[in-house]
Design a protein around this ligand. Sequence first.
Ligand code: AHR
Length: 657
Amino acid sequence: MRITKYIVAALIGGWGGSVFAQDAQWQLDPKPVAKIQPTMYGIFFEDINFAADGGIYAELVKNRSFEFDEPMMGWKEPNSDRHSLNEKSGMAKVIKEGNEPNNHFARIEVKDANGYKLINEGFRGMGLSEGANYNLSLRAKANQPGIKKINIALIAENNKAIGTATITPEGKSWEVYKASITATATVSKARMLITFEGNGEIDLDMISLFPEDTWKGREMGLRKDLVQLLDDLNPGFLRFPGGCIVEGRTLDKRYQWKKTVGDVANREMIVNRWNTEFGHRPTPDYYQSFGVGFFEYFQLAEDMGAEPLPILSCGMACQFNTGELAPLEELDPYVNDALDLIEFANADVGTKWGKVRADMGHPKPFNLKYIGVGNEQWGPQYFERLKVFIKAIKSQYPEMIIVSGTGPFPEGEQFEYAEKELKKLNAEIVDEHYYKDPEWFLDNADRYDDYDRDSYKIFAGEYAAQSVDIASPKNKNSWQCALSEAAYMTGLERNADIVYMTSYAPLFAHVDAWQWTPDLIWFDNLKSYGTPNYYVQKLFSTNSGTDLLSLTGNNQPVKGQERLYASAVMDEKSGEVIIKMVNANAAAKEISLVPKGKKFASKATQLLLKSDDLDAVNSLDTPKNVSPESSEIKIKGGTLKMTLAPNAFYVIRAKLK
Ligand code: AHR
């Protein structure tokens, strides 16, 4: 089928003149045709696959405040009275007090201090590094006096302590106690053992352990290696908090940003909607502590120099689940969430929500410019609700750019209906999603070539080539998938006059706790790596340039004829032309590229991403198996002549003279 397409393309499209042509002869026009938006390549963040809790949020204690539906989940009491009526060592009871969020705590009754143990298992264990310091904190109060000491030991898989601390609890009112623990060994699945000295009853809450060395050294902050991988992408925007997580399975369980700001101990924990979504990958211990909440997302975007792009519920629960709808006459709380979020992000500290931001340590505005309404919604109900949001937001904040969506699929009846309705609403930026096989990506690199130039701009907000079927647990981040995405991305870039934002999805996955694959970055409790897809994203985002140039063969964009793909930009800062080329053939291909009225300088930089094996993947042990190689190349006579290796992606940075 591929060969047929190749021959037909070559004959009909006149590609290369004839099927027997050896070289693809291309021309580059150095005159800019459009701006590349600074937001062109960004990041989609969703708390799926343990991306936040158990992932980027560096907390090591799971269910630290006993708020899970099964309140002792994550905790073990090996000798407790719970397991044997004959035991007399003690027991933890989870007690609810008051009506505030997170109102549970554990009351530990210790009858035999030598016998009672409380163990936290972490998020599939706790990753500890030799010599690193860990900050322990907990809240405690005596209920029945008698407990003199709380001993904390971090224990390795063999039960050996690799770090300890002791806390002396005082008094009958809640106090926060802190200690620092240095790990004496590197262990990826450590646990926390808590024992007691003396008999009595003590109440414990918010038992927490963080590495001292977090991203930017922030207390209770983010995991450094994971944020570094994001920062290395030089992202133009950060979309948060998802994905379906925005919508919730029910409206009650939707993402409500107001519950994710302020004191971290008071952020109302809820079950993660990916907890039981896939029967084949259940993660019953997946909750949202909101330790990474909206303030932290804004801060992360700011750290990376990315535009924040929050997406909010439009009053529709996930249509793949309940599809619950907020009636139009009851939409106010949803709309107010959007208006208040803009106030939180941008308003003066004298305003209600501006003050919340300032009290959290950021008096300066976050300079929010974009806001998303709804995630993967479809049908008339979405457009009815979107209209209400547009009216309310624009009347108060006319400069705010509203991001809307076409639903889960990139074609079909719902998609076409969405296109029509969005045009009627004068939509500004529209989110499209495609989870498709690699051939779809190769075949659709021209998707935007014929899009309406007088309508909305495009946000390719979620896409990833699937090696098997969408959401199949067998999907791999293979080189074949990554290469097809690179080919497709040349099409996104070529259409930069209307494609303003793009992001791969999902972003993160814990190797022991994922629900959805493929994902851009994988990690365990200590290590992390970028997939071949990550390196494709990185090559585009760190070589995005500032202005689109026209690169053609036989006056046609290079969009898959002979399974070759190319785009070109200019970088006004460095004065370089950046050419991206994909050869999706099993054979090498010769190309030559002539700059119109100019010559290439004799030296250029080549970044090459390739593998001889289309099934190649990266892994924790071989993180750079498929990763870019940089080299200097020579250009003779001002024309770029190259042999493109089979199944390879090239970025060339060259000057013109
Ligand atoms: O990226 C995973 C999920 O795919 C997102 O939550 C959703 O928007 C899409 O269906």
